[in-house]
Design a protein around this ligand. Structure first.
Ligand code: ADP
Length: 587
């Protein structure tokens, strides 16, 4: 199965497209390549068989022609009506021999014999005249047929005996003529036959001995019966007298394509041998070229598939990014999708959806702002009157009533804080959260906050320690800075369960002052750290479930710090405590 590196989560569709494209392109490529290659191979196989058959036929024809030409010269017809060659006078016979030698070429050991087999003339080193009436050459020729002996291998090369009748003008046999023929010219005939660059043909006699070959394969007379095809050919084991078999091996045991055929007329056989590698060299070249073409097509298909998959998936990626931006609250995001296809309609719907969301958000923000704004006056009034009632401005109150009124005061305090936070959030959303920066002594703001919150810390056995107060000025909005400090210190108190220390300290970093609030509380898990500053985000654990909060404090603090030109960050270890730090410009 195909697996690609980029096929990770979220890219499965692209991988799917990639695979489909590859499949669609590869299947026809493989089918076409397979088909054309098998056709080419089959055609070549046919070609090889045809070429071999042609070479054999050619050889056979030429050698037969050579033998026919020789024999033609021997078919003598003598003028006159002599009954026996003995009646021909010596001068005429000499003349006959001379013209015979001239036209037959390399003939030796010519002899003439009379009708009863008595040799009359013998042109050889051993001119002893014999009675040859029992010899096959006399019997065959005297019977009116051409005689071809088996091949004899001499020092000078292969030779054979031929014999034919001599007739008078009435076509009566009056004697025979026999001669030894030099077969060396057959070698010359074979040398002209070509088969690829290393294929060759050769002739063997009925004993499987080599008569001649087109490439000096072996010396004439060499016994070749141990070569399987020669053996089968000579034994007549081949169908139709013609073999073209691949499974034969040559004398060296190498794979060779063979063909063979008996020659007829004489008991010889024509055989061709073609080394497989040479016969199929064209195919090997075609295979190599095809492999190169297929490999390049494959690379091209891979590139195209990749580009195609990317192109198709691109609008989806853009839509995905758009959805991500909107989910992250960026309602000003505009889809960068230049297209006029079906995706264009989707883009329009998407943009309409963003518009509607923006409208809804605006309405919600206005509602929150108006509600918080309208709530502020009554809850502040309740706070004021409660405090007056509790400090006895309207006379003494019973102890039981005082206890319950204090609970009401606590609840109202939280309500005041919530209304305050909601107002800040609404201002922030509508862009009306303004800060006015001026140089101020941060140490004074910190001291004030410590003073205000120490009672709350004390109730839990916590101590707020301010280390090395920074006595110079920073650029900040006094009211908003206090809000940030109150948020951070309140959280430190809220999220530290047992007694301990809350440490406020500074660090100068270039032109900035880093103020940190460190606690030894419950800490924060790494997976929550990134979301702490989101609106309404609260960590949900057993420990935090008991602690009241809105999830707005850190969000508001971050917005304020950033508007004052700084950053806010957190470091924490679960179970060990947290440190919230924010930076401000030193002025
Ligand atoms: P909340 O009103 O819930 O305190 P905040 O925005 O101030 O809202 O804080 C968001 C969340 O961050 C809290 O609910 C709490 O889980 C976590 N948190 C804030 N300060 C601390 C701290 N000092 N120690 C541990 N967790 C804290």
């Amino acid at each position: 199965m195909l697996r690609f590196k980029y096929a990770k989560e979220g890219k499965k569709f692209r991988t799917k497209l990639f695979k489909i494209f590859i499949l669609i392109s590869l299947v026809p490529l493989i089918i076409i390549s397979y088909d054309s290659l098998s056709v080419t191979i089959r055609t070549r196989e046919k070609n090889i068989a045809e070429l071999q058959a042609l070479a054999i036929e050619n050889t056979s024809d030429k050698v037969k022609k050579f033998l026919d030409q020789k024999m033609e010269v021997f078919n003598l017809i003598v003028s006159g009506e002599a009954d026996d060659i003995r009646e021909i006078d010596a001068a005429n016979l000499d003349h006959l021999i001379e013209s015979l030698k001239e036209s037959a070429g390399d003939v030796e050991e010519i002899s003439f014999a009379s009708r009863n087999g008595q040799e009359l003339v013998k042109l050889s080193q051993d001119p002893k005249l014999l009675n040859i009436s029992d010899s096959p050459e006399f019997i065959t020729a005297a019977a009116g047929q051409n005689y071809f002996s088996g091949v004899v291998y001499t020092d000078k090369g292969p030779v054979m005996r031929m014999a034919s009748r001599i007739e008078n003008k009435n076509q009566q046999i009056i004697g025979i003529i026999a001669a030894t023929i030099d077969l060396n010219p057959v070698q010359g005939i074979l040398e002209k036959i070509k088969l690829g660059s290393t294929g060759f043909v050769y002739l063997v006699d009925d004993a499987g001995r080599l008569i001649a070959s087109s490439n000096n394969y072996a010396p004439a007379g060499e016994p070749l019966l141990e070569v399987p095809l020669v053996k089968d050919t000579v034994a007549g084991n081949l169908h139709d007298g013609l073999a073209s078999e691949e499974q034969y091996t040559d004398r060296l045991g190498q794979k060779v394509i063979f063909a063979s055929r008996p020659m007829g007329k004489v008991n010889w056989f024509v055989i061709s041998e073609w080394p497989r590698d040479d016969a199929y060299s064209v195919i090997n070249e075609i295979l190599l070229r095809s492999a190169i073409i297929i490999a390049s097509s494959l690379i091209l298909i891979l590139i195209l598939a990749f580009v195609f998959a990317r192109q198709v998936v691109k609008p989806i990626e853009i839509l995905k990014e758009g959805a991500r931006q909107i989910a992250g609250g960026n309602l000003d995001y505009c889809l960068d999708l230049e297209t006029d296809d079906e995706f264009a309609a989707l883009r329009e719907r998407f943009n309409e959806m963003i518009k509607a969301l923006k409208e809804n958000k605006k309405l919600k923000d206005e509602f929150v702002f108006i509600a918080a704004h309208e709530l502020r006056a009554p809850v502040t009034a309740i706070k004021g009157y409660l405090s007056m009632v509790l400090d006895g401005s309207f006379g003494r109150i019973p102890v039981a009533a005082e206890k319950n009124l204090k609970i009401v005061e606590g609840a109202n305090e939280r309500l005041v804080q919530l209304v305050q936070d909601l107002l800040e959030v609404a201002r922030n959303e509508s862009g009306t959260l303004k800060v006015s920066l001026s140089p101020l002594k941060i140490s004074e703001s910190i001291q004030t906050v410590i003073k205000e919150l120490s009672p709350m810390a004390g109730q839990k056995g916590l101590k707020i320690v301010y280390k090395d107060p920074f006595e110079k000025n920073v650029q900040a909005d006094a009211f908003k800075l206090k809000e940030v400090l109150v948020n951070l210190v309140t959280n430190a108190i809220k999220y530290t369960p047992t007694s301990g220390e809350i440490l406020i300290s500074h660090e100068i970093k270039g032109k900035e002052l880093l103020t940190s609030v460190k606690d030894s509380g419950i800490g924060i898990a790494p997976e929550d750290m990134g979301k702490l500053f989101n609106k309404f985000y609260r960590v949900k654990t057993e420990e935090t479930a008991k602690i009241e909060g809105t999830g707005l404090g850190l969000f508001i603090s971050k917005e304020i710090v950033e508007r004052m030109g700084g950053r806010i960050e957190v470091e924490s270890q679960p179970g060990k405590g947290s440190t919230f730090s924010f930076s401000l410009l030193i002025s």
